[in-house]
Design a protein around this ligand. Structure first.
Ligand SMILES: [Zn+2]
Length: 325
């Protein structure tokens, strides 16, 4: 942490004070327990709790990555916005990494956190009228498939579908992965954009998914070995595929006789072989409050009619389905 209290409850900001001027004891603004100055070679000078037991606001001591990203984004925002670093919000008992223009909380998430904790923190911001934007550090970057936690950190817009933010301290970049789709094997595809630190207005970059823009698309191809893959999953008794086969049997059908003539990518949460999306799907997406029903239905209708070679954002399917009606 960079902001602490001294013995007289004055705020001390490490970004604005010479280390040599620091005297006495220092305390966490949230839990009031004692913190200690760390001034080593690897991390920038910072404070850390002697004991984290009492603290609701800080769940762990910080990594060099977290400190570095927080500081870089703070400086980037400060060029154009009113931004506070580690500003403790007593009514929430939370300390967002950054607070932009008094109402946007920026959380740089570098380590795993439980989905329950993520929901609590997100709802707490929402309830008090703050918008929260989560930006993910190295360990939470999207790889081959999406984890439950990553799905709960995705956002949604009509122009970008599902999207996800990543921060890269080593390369000094922010990455936007949008138009996230999964195929029946659970592999993910996305449209990738990178923004160098300090180039452009950071708040505008974060709003990009909601601006009017050129139509995006991602080419997709047919998965020729999908039938073989499903056969293998059933043979190895993968519970997900067994459950689906069970449903098929109940309707007098067999998964193994389905032929896959077209690409099987679909928006996250829509399962093409089930024809319906799980009504509990809303609970899977902590950051998304929009209703996804139309998007899923339009995508599904279009998929059944056409062998599409590309996937598009939700706005595209809205338009073509309405045109057909
Ligand atoms: Zn504390």
């Amino acid at each position: 942490m960079l902001i602490v209290h001294d013995e007289n409850k004055n705020l001390i900001n490490l970004l604005e004070i010479e280390i040599s001027q620091l005297k006495g004891k220092f305390f966490c603004p949230a839990c009031h327990s004692e913190v200690r100055l760390k001034n080593g070679n690897i991390k920038i000078p910072h404070f850390s709790h002697i004991s984290l037991k009492e603290c609701h606001s800080w769940s762990e001591n910080e990594s060099a990555q977290h400190l570095g990203l927080k500081l870089a984004l703070y400086k980037w925002f400060a060029r154009t916005e009113k931004v506070k670093i580690e500003h403790y919000l007593p009514e929430l008992e939370q300390t967002p990494d950054l607070l932009v223009n008094e109402k946007i909380a920026i959380e740089v998430q570098c380590s795993h956190l439980s989905i329950k904790r993520l929901w609590e923190r997100t709802e707490n911001y929402r309830k008090h009228g703050y918008q929260v934007i989560w930006l993910m550090g190295h360990d939470l970057w999207i790889k081959k498939s999406l984890t439950q936690l990553q799905k709960n950190l995705m956002y949604f817009s009509k122009n970008r579908g599902f999207y996800f933010w990543e921060c890269d301290l080593a390369q000094e970049k922010i990455r936007l992965k949008s138009l996230l789709h999964e195929n029946l094997r659970g592999h993910v595809i996305f449209h990738l954009e990178e923004f160098n630190f300090f180039q452009g207005n950071l708040l505008e970059i974060l709003r990009l998914p909601f601006l009017s823009q050129k139509l995006l698309s991602i080419p997709v191809t047919r998965d020729k070995n999908l039938s073989h893959y499903i056969r293998q999953q059933l043979f190895h008794r993968n519970p997900k595929w067994l459950k689906l086969q069970e449903k098929y049997y109940q309707n007098g059908q067999n998964l193994l006789s389905v032929s896959f003539e077209r690409p099987t990518y679909a928006p996250v949460g829509l399962h093409l072989l089930e024809n319906i999306f799980d009504s509990s799907v809303k609970k899977n997406f902590c950051q998304i409050s929009q209703d996804l029903t139309n998007y899923y239905q339009n995508y599904w209708e279009n998929w059944q009619k056409k062998s599409a070679q590309k996937v598009y954002p939700p706005a595209f399917y809205d338009k073509i389905i309405n045109r057909l009606k």
